[in-house]
Ligand binder design. Structure first.
Ligand code: GLP
Length: 249
């Protein structure tokens, strides 16, 4: 993959402006009847994005809940779909119920599958079979995308991963602020499936991500910062608020 030295970065004044812009781009992807499935993400960053997306889709005459097809990036291992802390529950809460989506059109790995490694292979194969159009991404504080924790090479496929202590701390909010309650394992799409998407949309909010965003975009791509592999994608767009973009040259 040729290096793309200047991913398009759109800096917007604040989180609501970023959310509206991301929602506009997602709406075009989700309302295109010929479009490939959309790749979706979870996390606090996506909450305003999905809020804006729900408003926008409800107002868009092209939106057809029956035509929805999406694949999420990841899921915790060990949490059944009905567990409110699962990413499945997050997606049903933020998109499925508000939009009246039919059951099962929001596709995620099954965190309660009896053999997570088998489930990861099944899910990765399903994503590769369909291919992704627009892939929405957040940015972990340690540079992870999906749950691809550093170090992570760019060719890795969907698999079971061990979550780092810093990620378990970052995500402890949904687990009573106790990192020890955050599952130690997750199933995540790999950089292989993510980089195979036609278009990538990285959304980054807040001063806390400014340093890692600068490194991801402006330092040589490296396994120690998985998001830096996005530099090699021919169509990557970054949406950042002013705080997150503060350290970009
Ligand atoms: C999580 C998810 C990622 C997400 C990232 C950032 O752990 N697995 O897909 O983008 O970390 O999360 P947040 O938006 O809450 O900062």
């Amino acid at each position: 993959m040729p290096p793309c030295l200047a991913p398009a970065v759109e800096v917007l004044p604040d989180a609501p402006a970023v959310a509206r812009r991301a929602a506009a781009l997602l709406t075009e992807a989700l309302c295109d009847p010929q479009g490939a499935p959309t790749g979706l993400a979870t996390g606090r960053t996506m909450e305003p994005v999905y809020g804006a997306l729900v408003d926008r889709l409800r107002a868009d005459g092209r939106f057809d809940p029956q035509g929805w097809c999406s694949f999420n990036l990841d899921e915790y291992v060990g949490l059944p779909p009905e567990d409110p802390r699962s990413f499945r529950a997050y997606m049903e809460h933020h998109l499925g119920r508000p939009l009246g989506l039919p059951p099962q059109v929001l596709q995620l790995p099954d965190g309660a599958a009896p053999d997570p490694a088998v489930e990861a292979r099944r899910y990765g194969a399903a994503v590769r079979r369909r291919g992704l159009g627009l892939q929405l991404l957040g940015l972990g504080s340690n540079g992870h995308v999906g749950f691809n924790e550093p170090p992570c090479e760019m060719a890795v496929p969907c698999r079971v991963v061990q979550l780092s202590d810093s990620t378990r701390r970052q995500n402890a909010g949904a687990f009573g602020d106790d990192p020890g309650q955050v599952p130690a394992l997750a199933i995540t799409l790999g950089l292989a499936e993510i980089l195979a998407a036609r278009e990538l949309l990285l959304v980054v909010l807040g001063a806390g991500k400014a340093g890692v965003l600068r490194r991801a975009l402006q330092e040589p791509a490296d396994a120690q910062l998985p998001a830096s592999w996005l530099q090699g994608h021919p169509q990557v767009r970054v949406l950042a608020d002013q705080e997150a973009a503060a350290l970009l040259a």
